[in-house]
Write a protein that binds this ligand. Structure first.
Ligand SMILES: O=C1C[C@@H](O)[C@H](O)[C@@H](O)C1=O
Ligand SMILES: [Co+2]
Length: 298
């Protein structure tokens, strides 16, 4: 890939998992961002141990050569919480804007089971026609608000949410305006479909509306265990569903080829939540970095 087109970041979730705070509770913010820089990343997303004061955070990141590229935002349009979602979104967007980020990665969390003790392969939520309409209206509005700041809203398709499968991604892309974008997460699509091709098809189909990429690898044997035992998403995470690129079953070469062929310009963020007691975050960050350099040449 061309180094001038892409920037490589990493998410703090490998050090401290906001969805499972007991994972990595001992890891500090400063250790996390220092190790990100040491492992060769130039950017990161935001975790709950990060200082929220823009000046303080900027300084701590600047001295390490790290930029903020995105931070997760939960929307609740299908639950009918449009007003509150937009109010919270503006605050979140202003923070990201002040930190220099260009995209806002959102996830529709209405009835999401990703944090619940429910079988991830059996109990995911499904939206009806009226709910898709609520979602579209909400995201179209967020996109307009973001555009005023020169920013883009992208949706994170995610296991256990109403937008998980390729068909649900199709519906989301169809009901929203062209200035509403997609965050592509290799791990979630592979996990959902159990297929490298299904994941690549989504990437190729929507590449022109993909503005942020999460690079996650998957361990097939753990997914099989999750399926066989009706485990929840987070039970799977603790057992090691996800890992860094090059450590699981996903072939990242075609992902990088598609991004390059379509002249993708933006961030690629390694995001591999697993138990830091089992997978040392610095060592795994380094492992992912080396794999990307070897396969993508950046
Ligand atoms: O982007 C993400 C943020 C996490 O909180 C989430 O659960 C993870 O799987 C993910 O892809
Ligand atoms: Co992700």
């Amino acid at each position: 890939m061309k180094a001038e087109n892409v920037k490589l970041g990493i998410a703090p979730i490998g050090w401290t998992n906001d969805d499972l705070p007991e994972l990595g509770a001992e890891n500090t913010f400063e250790q996390c961002v220092s190790e990100m820089a040491l492992a060769g990343y130039e950017g990161c997303e935001v975790g709950n141990k990060y200082p929220r004061d823009v000046k303080v955070l900027k300084h701590k990141l600047d001295v390490r050569g790290i930029q903020i590229c995105n931070a997760w935002f939960s929307t609740f349009f299908v639950d009918g919480k449009k007003e509150q979602t937009i109010k919270d979104f503006i605050e979140h967007m202003n923070f990201l804007h002040a930190m220099g980020a260009k995209v806002i990665g959102c996830s529709e969390q209405s009835r999401s089971i990703q944090g619940q003790k429910k079988a991830i392969f059996k109990e995911k939520t499904v939206f009806n026609d009226a709910e898709w309409q609520l979602l579209a209206e909400g995201y179209n509005e967020l996109a307009k608000i973001a555009a005023e700041k020169g920013m883009k809203v992208c949706l994170h398709h995610h296991m256990g949410t109403g937008i998980q499968t390729p068909q649900e991604v199709d519906r989301y892309m169809e009901v929203t305006n062209d200035d509403v974008y997609l965050l592509f997460d290799s791990g979630h699509l592979y996990y959902s479909e159990g297929s490298q091709q299904a994941m690549l098809d989504v990437l190729e189909k929507y590449i022109d509306r993909i503005v942020h990429v999460h690079l996650k690898d998957v361990r097939d044997d753990v997914v099989a265990e999750v399926k066989a035992n009706d485990l929840s998403f987070l039970e799977g995470v603790k057992k090691g569903t996800f890992t860094v690129p090059g450590d699981g079953v996903i072939d990242f070469k075609p992902i990088f080829e598609i991004l390059e062929k379509h002249d993708y310009k933006g961030w690629m963020v390694v995001e591999a939540e697993q138990d830091p007691a089992l997978a040392n975050p610095f060592e795994y960050a380094l492992k992912g970095r080396k794999h990307i350099r070897a396969v993508a040449g950046v």
